[in-house]
Design a protein around this ligand. Structure first.
Ligand code: MRU
Length: 346
């Protein structure tokens, strides 16, 4: 199974390297960010994407800002790095991990006695966040694999795989761990309009690992659940509040269909995706550009002047969720606040 990282720090050049996800599946190209504006652009255009990967990108981003900052006086240094951190934070508002990764590294910088120590600590902390993310994904995989029958078909949406994390994946981490444990797992991957993370990314990484995967258009999911055997729906999350799971637009639709057809609906996410201080109504859902809906490649499929709605995420009420798999275990309904906080039901 492929365990190469999605993004990492390049010691030789002092830059962030990442698989440019906008080019997959046609081309697997490693891109580089040496500046904060480049990194902010890479995140906005989804060269780097997926909540845990955004957490790692935010962390390496602050380390990059610190390493590039030439200010000697600690107050000016902190001011500059703080402004760069806010630039990164503003790129994508819904995935809580981005701000979480940024704040963790800012925390170690603030307490450093001098700028050289701050730079070194920032990088160490970012590397630690990346390593922890991989470990969390493996733990999620192992806990989640226990939920699956020995032979099963899983439906998933968007990409909650290795590409969305440091490596391994959350929802797809469960699939990988189940396969490693000897289970026969096949995956139905919903294409995930408008940006096709399901067909471009999920299908690519599962096929690369030799895990059977079939792509469907999003609109087929209800009928597939009704007419074929789907043993579980498993998705990732961008943010989990005490009342809802925020994930790629279309997730809510799958949750409703799964409920209607009595199919378990599982969410896989590390605790860094939990936001237990806000409620659904407080969360800003990222609204993206018109062209993502109006155009496919070079062709326009919408008459000029017709407006679009393009929210990147939706919220699924926890009442539709069968279980949340975290690195600490499995949280089950009724999703008591203390269970959500500890990442498992006692
Ligand atoms: O807009 P994206 O591609 O960043 O959206 C990603 C998702 O919705 C994923 O399902 C989510 O981040 C979980 S990734 C483990």
């Amino acid at each position: 199974m492929n365990e190469s990282p999605t993004l990492w720090w390049d010691e030789d050049t002092g830059s962030i390297r990442y698989i440019d996800q906008t080019l997959l599946p046609g081309e697997e190209r490693i891109a580089e960010c040496r500046t904060i504006p480049r990194l902010a652009t890479a995140i906005r255009r989804l060269g780097i994407r997926g909540a845990p990967a955004l957490g790692v990108a935010g962390a390496f981003g602050v380390a990059l800002a610190a390493s590039r900052c030439r200010k000697k006086d600690p107050v000016s240094f902190l001011g500059q790095v703080g402004r760069d951190a806010e630039t990164l934070r503003s790129t994508r508002p819904t995935a809580v991990n981005l701000g979480w990764g940024i704040d963790r590294v800012l925390g170690v910088i603030r307490t450093a006695p001098d700028t050289a120590t701050a730079r070194a600590r920032a990088l160490t902390e970012a590397q630690q966040i990346a390593a922890e993310d991989t470990a969390c994904c493996h733990a999620i995989g192992e806990h989640g694999a226990g939920l699956l029958p020995d032979s099963c078909t899983i439906l998933t949406h968007c990409n909650a795989g290795a590409l969305a994390c440091s490596s391994w994946g959350t929802a797809l981490g469960i699939v990988r761990s189940a396969v490693e444990a000897g289970k026969q797992v096949q995956v139905i991957s919903c294409e995930t309009r408008p940006l096709l993370q399901g067909s471009r990314l999920t299908a690519w990484e599962l096929a690369r690992d030799g895990i059977p995967v079939t792509a469907i258009a999003d609109a087929m999911a209800a009928s597939v659940m009704r007419t074929r055997t789907i043993d579980a729906v498993i998705v990732g999350a961008d943010r989990i509040t005490p009342d809802a799971v925020f994930n790629k637009i279309g997730t809510y639709l799958h949750a409703i269909c799964a409920s209607r057809h009595k199919i378990p609906f599982y969410v896989a996410a590390p605790l860094s995706t939990f936001d237990l201080v806000h409620r659904e109504r407080d969360i800003v859902i990222e609204e993206r550009g018109r062209d993502e809906i109006a155009r496919i490649g070079n062709r326009t499929f919408l008459p000029a002047g017709v407006p679009v709605l393009n929210p990147a995420f939706d919220a699924t009420p926890l009442s539709l969720v069968s279980a949340i798999v975290t690195e600490n275990g499995i949280v089950r309904p009724p999703f008591a606040p203390e269970d959500l906080a500890r990442g498992r039901t006692k």
